[in-house]
Design a protein around this ligand. Structure first.
Ligand code: GLY
Length: 392
């Protein structure tokens, strides 16, 4: 369906998780009508704590606020400096105090406007203030649109023994509604846009078992239009990726299925988590560009997962080459300098929070659009995977 006056399509994807069902609306120019989209979903909300990325244009934030006001929901605007080091309990507590100062009650809302960090923190604040308010997610980055805003994961990092443990404190709290307005992507820095594409390529690598066997081929063919940020290509990209994620989340909301389900979304992530916090690593070898963005680390993780799967005889070399080519076309890194020796990266992977009883679980590709969870993979194969992304 075309959204009137924009010439851009609009799509709605339903997420049916066991705890809650909700819509993800994907289109253009949606944030200026946010109040009208929110009101039918949460008819009795009187106030909304609108937590927004401090870097977003004031005009965008204010237009969301005006639209909520027009719909009879008083917005309380609160900027958040989005960074991994700021995504901690102390900041969540500060936001709780803002909710208290605004006298939010159980009928009221938290609205998250920004990228994945804002969505995670605001979602956590919404999930925990007065034991849980309703949350509206308004992602403004590609990564947040196709991944973080959908599926109800919320949380903050935990500082422990000098290390920032990612997402160690959090809860599942599904939003009431997700509003993904792709016009927000037009001003996203190119590096951040490409980083979001890594999660899209990951979804395409698992999509065959989750309702969209054509997603890999479509993404490969549409990559030019996607990189040009053609609005209708973006709507299709986001809607199809959200649909894959919705299918996965619908099958295993709390990631309890050890042999598949939501764990499949960790394809490439065990490698990524082990390298993304290493100091001095950058996508192009220039330390000025360090650290890696999460999506860049995921791209490297996807490449390493492919090489590991090839070494284990699970994945054909020709398919691995296709993945590498698409990552390169998307402008994502497939190798980096200054990686520690493979054994050390492997140790860091084994301590990933997704390991169970100390045994590493890796999600590896097994065919076009297909992946599986592999328990305790042969370490030499994993080290070959790591070697494939290490540039001497
Ligand atoms: N980003 C992975 C998940 O939502 O499960």
């Amino acid at each position: 369906m075309e959204r009137p006056g924009t010439g851009v399509n609009q799509r709605t994807v339903r997420v049916q998780a066991s705890s809650k069902s909700y819509d993800v609306i994907v289109g253009s120019g949606l944030l200026a009508s946010l109040g009208g989209l929110v009101r039918p979903v949460v008819s009795n909300a009187r106030k909304a704590l609108l937590i927004h990325d401090a870097r977003l244009p004031t005009a965008l934030v204010e237009s969301c606020g005006r639209s909520l006001t027009a719909a009879g929901c008083v917005p309380v605007l609160q900027a958040f400096e989005a960074s991994e080091s700021n995504k901690v309990l102390a900041q969540a507590e500060f936001l709780h105090t803002r909710a208290a100062a605004a006298r939010l009650d159980r009928h009221d809302l938290v609205v998250a406007l920004g990228g994945g960090i804002v969505g995670d923190v605001a979602g956590f604040v919404g999930a925990t203030f007065k034991r849980g308010l309703r949350v509206i997610q308004c992602p403004t980055t590609l990564l947040a649109m196709v991944d973080a805003s959908v599926g109800g994961k919320t949380g903050v990092n935990l500082r422990h023994e000098g290390v920032l443990l990612k997402n160690y404190v959090g809860t599942f709290h599904q939003p009431e509604l997700v509003v993904a307005s792709v016009d927000a992507l037009q001003t996203l820095p190119v590096r951040e846009f490409r980083a979001g594409l890594a999660e899209c390529i990951k979804h395409a690598m698992i999509s065959a078992d989750w309702g969209d066997p054509g997603l890999w081929d479509w993404t490969s063919h549409a990559i030019g239009a996607i990189l040009k940020r053609a609005p209708n290509a973006l709507v299709e990209l986001v809607a199809r990726n959200v649909a894959v994620k919705a299918a996965v989340v619908g099958s295993d909301e709390r990631e309890l299925d050890e042999s598949g389900g939501r764990a499949l979304l960790n394809l490439g992530h065990t490698f990524a988590h082990a390298i993304e916090t290493l100091p001095g690593i950058s996508p192009d070898g220039d330390p000025v560009h360090a650290p890696l963005l999460h999506g860049e680390a995921v791209a490297l993780g996807l490449q390493a997962a492919c090489a590991t799967a090839v070494a284990l005889g699970l994945f054909e070399i020709a398919e691995a080459v296709r993945v590498r080519n698409l990552l390169e076309e998307a402008g994502l890194p497939i190798g980096v300098r200054r990686l520690p020796p493979g054994e050390r990266v492997l140790e860091r992977m084994a301590s990933d929070k997704k390991s169970i009883a100390g045994a590493m679980r890796l999600v590896l590709p097994t065919g076009r659009g297909r992946a599986s969870v592999v328990q305790s993979p042969e370490p030499t194969a994993v080290i070959r995977g790591i070697a494939s992304i290490s540039v001497p």
